[in-house]
Design a protein around this ligand. Sequence first.
Ligand code: BTN
Length: 319
Amino acid sequence: MGPKDVLFLLPEGLAEWEILSAKTGLSRAELLQTLLQLKAEGFPVLVEERGAGLAPGSPAPQILFPLLRGKFGRAYRYFGFVTSTQDVLRAWQDAPIGAVVLAERQTRGRGRHGRAWESPPGNLYFSVLLGKDADPLLSLRAGLALLEAAKVGGLKWPNDLLAPDGRKLGGILVEAEGERIFLGIGINVHVPPLPTSAALAEFREVQRAQLLAHFLWALETWLREKKEDVLLAWKERNVTLGKKVVVRTGKEVFEGIALALGEEGELVIRTKTGVHRIYAGDVVLCATDDVKDPEVGEGEAEGGGSGHGQGKGPGPSAK
Ligand code: BTN
């Protein structure tokens, strides 16, 4: 029996050594050696005098599978360390739609616009394979699923999950290769990786396996929703519209008021030079009381995240 076979037999929480030995056919000494190896490989293995097991809520398949409601996540690969779950999923050639790769840590996790995504243990880092039928609203759909699973915060265009105080709780990276789309999700569950980040556990009790299962089901559901319903839902749950924003598209920087969400999920902003439609970019939110230009008052904006428990106005947010 190899280390991964042992890993997949471990229960959530502690089990007595005798029980584990009976399950695996290994002596206590052999078990101990294997468990320490798994721990060194990044898996959340608990080893104590009275027994061993997996940290509660660990996203190991034996804990995740009973929580799944749909098809997504049924093809699943679980790792300790990887470079990036995006790369591991890309290399999984015969992965079916909805396949998920998850790692406890990433050594070269990446975010949008070429940024690094710090990946300390205790959070969720995973990638989901989608097919060519994903539409231009994919980013928004995925953001809605993230918010639904997290149950905390609001969405910064297009799909960053922000805590009520504006710190970042999670982000989504969409990459494509031919007809395969790799949706990468990072959620700060227990450990905020940067001073500008928050962890979901600061706001509510949360188990990682449950959160992952909830996200995957919500994603399946939001992928099926009608375009109009997606746009409407996003407008209701966003913390972007009506705010003064700085948007970087790679080539240009726009500074103005986020006025609306367009039909294709684009952000419509008004700057001093006119109205612009941004299809891809990085948004920094400025405090709403920064709006000084009476020509571009907040009253013009649609939606705006009201009624979603947003606390103090979010300041510029990185990760
Ligand atoms: C963002 O910049 O907000 C997007 C962050 C996406 C991070 C996730 S973690 C899992 C997957 N693997 C990666 O390397 N990146 C994504």
